[in-house]
Design a protein around this ligand. Structure first.
Ligand SMILES: Nc1ncnc2c1ncn2[C@@H]1O[C@H](COP(=O)(O)OP(=O)(O)OP(=O)(O)O)[C@@H](O)[C@H]1O
Length: 772
């Protein structure tokens, strides 16, 4: 029982059944970083498990309470003494025992005094020593990485057969990609800022040696056709491409292996993996179906917008981790330093050792997987769970979470930098401005005031919301009522767009047929997904709800509808929707738009801006972004009335429909306005034909808006780009913009700011929004 003087905590004896019932909630040093993240984000769903499936059992949700918080645990700070106390002879007369106990206490005090002279060794340091003792090879991991040759920018030759001329920094990128594949990491992360040509550089890699094939590209649905088009346009038909999507999934392994590039989406990959491992229901029972993609030996797998797998316990992450491939690539425009916890999932996919491994601090046992079938003991060495540590968590994550970039946190931060220098390449538009030759980008805020009628409505909504918020503050239950507060904010944002978004929303879902209504925005749901408690939301609404929540020990994120702990897999495929009903239930179909309908201040402000752009000699194209589907419907109706030709991108569209819509906008000179639902994905769109961007509803996380601007401010853009953000000055929007500016400053000021924290609403932020 003794552990050489380490502080040890002893559990009271409990029955086996009682032990099983314990509901652990916090994770200590041995914690899987992904589990920690799960706790932070409350967004991970444990998938359906099959008894026989090791992979799933490995990932079983095991929450372990920080021992100090477990009321059933007594902390005896001196092991030897406590052991002796416990070993007392029960036959000894009670008086003697008391005497001995008292005497021992005195000894303890003296001993403690003696010990205090020794330098204090932290729990973390002790664990590090134990790790090094049992796994001496770990000592060299960071020194070796530090000594590796630094990155030198060398240009690769332009690949033969590529019709597009690569820019100087892209040729440097290509050289790096080739070197990484040949080196020990066999891949890495290309993290150039958005719109700098990650796709083109990757295609150049595919073209560099045509014998190295097949490659699989996994991308968000919205980017799939873009990959296909870019490959077709720039490679002169030298690459044979197969779109593994929709009905074209019926193909055998041999035929598919003959293609150079296979393109698929995260949703499809997740679905075929699930069908292979867990099957799907048919009349006569559960049927399993072999996944072609998981049975091909790919040469390389490329994850576009790789942050899609940031939640490593999601089914999507499992699906990519189970692909067979020699080389692995992640493409992302999001700097990884800002999302330390999320980086772990990418490291697991990249298969970089020893970072994703678990090590026992008691013996030489180590494993890539988490094997604790009984939730207590390691399947291979039998030491308890607490004696196992994940390398990444221990050396890179834990201390940063605890101390920030100071003290022990600084060392961990440097460890991260060292690893990233070896596996990641990131260039920014500012750094390579000369190569890119991009025109300027001007951002302005257009501020308007409500008309009298809107003001009355808004005031009544606001005072009602403020009253509710204040009562939560008074009762000290702000965070426990976060779902309600989030809804209040959403309603105020909607009213600032157009009162009908609030007045004509679906109050009673039971009476809505054929469509799924999001239970956060009360609108027809786009890309709907369901929580474990069967409530349905737009993927983006629930994501924002989760990301903006500031968890603490007293409050956990709950389902906005039934208020039980929220459990939802954000990367699950969207629920099927009936497109006809989707249209039938749109706000325009529900309203009487003819005689009596009134526009709103914001819609009229947009119309005014668009009129200003009209010119008899040329068409200036614009993109209009909104988070609310109904707002885009109203804008579409109003703009058509004003004589503007528009197209609309919605989350419900298939990749082909999206592609056709984008092409129509790009190639049709009369088409002036592209209405884009932010829920349909502001990412991966390439809309250089437009030079004007209008953002209808502000959001407090500035990176959402930056992404929207990046759709037009990218290579291929020759006109100055103007981004106009609308703000109704006497509404919550002006506060949101202020908050956003504050958060943007935070991002710029700190290299290690956790970006997830930027999206969160602190109690002070909430106070600010409710103007108290
Ligand atoms: N060397 C080049 N010459 C001309 N056009 C280029 C060049 N490189 C890239 N482009 C064009 O620039 C646009 C942006 O490139 P790409 O889509 O590869 O960027 P990205 O970094 O993948 O963007 P995102 O992160 O937003 O997906 C594309 O239309 C692409 O065709």
């Amino acid at each position: 029982m003794s552990e050489g003087g380490f502080i040890r905590r002893v559990r009271r004896t409990r029955s086996r059944a009682a032990r099983k019932r314990v509901n652990y909630t916090e994770v200590s040093d041995t914690e899987d970083p992904a589990l920690k993240e799960e706790k932070d984000d409350a967004q991970v769903e444990v998938p359906a498990k099959s008894e026989s499936d090791d992979e799933y059992r490995e990932d079983e949700k095991v929450d372990i309470k920080d021992e100090a918080e477990d009321p059933e645990i007594i902390d005896l700070s001196d092991d030897e003494e406590s052991d002796k106390l416990n070993d007392d002879d029960d036959d000894e007369p009670l008086n003697n025992k008391r005497k001995r106990t008292t005497r021992k206490k005195t000894t303890t005090v003296t001993k403690k005094k003696k010990r205090s002279n020794k330098p204090k060794v932290s729990y973390y340091e002790r664990n590090t020593l134990k790790l090094y003792e049992n796994h001496p090879e770990l000592k060299q991991v960071f020194p070796d990485l530090k000594n590796s040759s630094p990155y030198v920018a060398i240009r690769a030759p332009q690949p033969e057969g590529m019709s597009i001329k690569l820019l100087p920094f892209q040729l440097e990128g290509l050289h790096w990609l080739i070197q990484q594949e040949e080196g020990i990491f066999k891949g890495g992360v290309l993290a150039d800022e958005m719109g700098m040509g990650k796709t083109i550089q990757t295609i150049a890699l595919l073209m560099n040696d045509l014998t190295k094939r097949p490659s699989l590209v996994v991308a968000p649905t919205v980017a799939l056709m873009q990959w296909k088009n870019e490959i077709n346009q720039h490679t002169d038909g030298k690459l044979k491409v197969y779109m593994f999507h929709g009905t074209s999934k019926n193909i055998d392994i041999k035929t598919l292996s003959e293609y150079d590039v296979v393109l698929t989406t995260y949703a499809v990959l997740e679905s075929v993996f699930r069908k292979q491992n867990y099957g799907f229901k048919r009349k006569h029972g559960v049927v399993k179906e072999l996944s072609v993609l998981h049975n091909i030996e790919f040469y390389r797998v490329i994850l576009d917008e790789a942050h899609n797998i940031k939640d490593r316990q999601s089914n999507t992450a499992r699906a990519v981790n189970n692909l067979k491939t020699q080389k692995r690539w992640c493409l992302t425009g999001t700097p990884l330093q800002n999302r330390i916890g999320e980086m772990y999932s990418l490291i697991r996919f990249l298969n970089i050792e020893p970072f994703s491994k678990y090590f026992c601090t008691k013996c030489d046992c180590n494993s890539k997987e988490w094997h604790f079938s009984d939730n207590m003991h390691c399947d291979s060495c039998n030491h308890v769970l607490m004696q196992h540590t994940n390398f990444f968590n221990h050396f890179m994550l834990k201390n940063i979470q605890k101390f920030g970039v100071e003290g022990p946190g600084l060392e961990s931060f440097q460890n991260i930098q060292t690893l990233l220098k070896n596996i990641m390449l990131r260039r920014t538009k500012v750094e390579r401005a000369d190569d890119l030759g991009l025109p300027p980008r001007i951002v302005t805020v257009r501020r308007d005031f409500f008309n009298e009628e809107e003001k009355d409505l808004y005031r009544s909504l606001y005072s009602d919301s403020q009253r509710k918020y204040n009562s939560y503050v008074e009762e000290g239950v702000v965070l426990n009522n976060y779902a309600n507060i989030f809804s209040l904010i959403t309603r105020m944002r909607q009213l600032a767009d157009h009162p009908d978004l609030v007045l004509k929303r679906f109050h009673d879902q039971a009476n809505v047929t054929g469509v799924i209504v999001c239970q956060l925005c009360d609108d027809v749901a786009e890309e709907p997904i369901a929580s474990k408690c069967h409530h349905k939301f737009c993927r983006m609404c629930i994501k924002e709800y989760i990301e903006s929540f500031m968890e603490n020990n007293d409050s956990k994120l709950t389902c906005p509808v039934c208020h039980i702990g929220l459990s939802i897999d954000l990367s699950q495929p969207s629920l099927e929707i009936d497109l006809d009903s989707f249209k039938k239930q749109s706000i325009v179909s529900r309203l009487n738009m003819k005689g009596t309908w009134q526009s709103s201040t914001k819609i009229e402000a947009l119309v005014e801006e668009l009129y200003k752009l009209r010119s008899p000699v040329r068409t200036i194209k614009s993109i209009v972004f909104s988070q609310f589907t109904s707002m885009l419907d109203l804008v579409e109706w109003r703009l058509k009335r004003a004589g503007f030709q528009t197209v609309k991108l919605q989350g419900s569209m298939s990749p082909t429909q999206r592609d056709e819509t984008i092409k129509y906008f790009m190639n049709n000179i009369e088409c002036e306005v592209f209405l884009v639902s932010l829920k349909a994905g502001g990412v991966a769109l390439n809309l250089c034909e437009a030079s004007q961007v209008f953002i209808l509803d502000p959001w407090w996380n500035p990176s959402v808006e930056w992404q929207s601007g990046d759709r037009v401010h990218r290579i291929g853009q020759f006109r100055p780009v103007k981004i106009t953000r609308f703000c109704i000055e006497d509404s919550i929007e002006s506060r949101i913009i202020e908050l956003q500016e504050k958060k943007a400053n935070m991002i710029h000021a700190t290299i290690n700011q956790d970006e997830a924290a930027i999206g969160r609403l602190t109690p002070a932020d909430l106070q600010f929004l409710f103007n108290n």
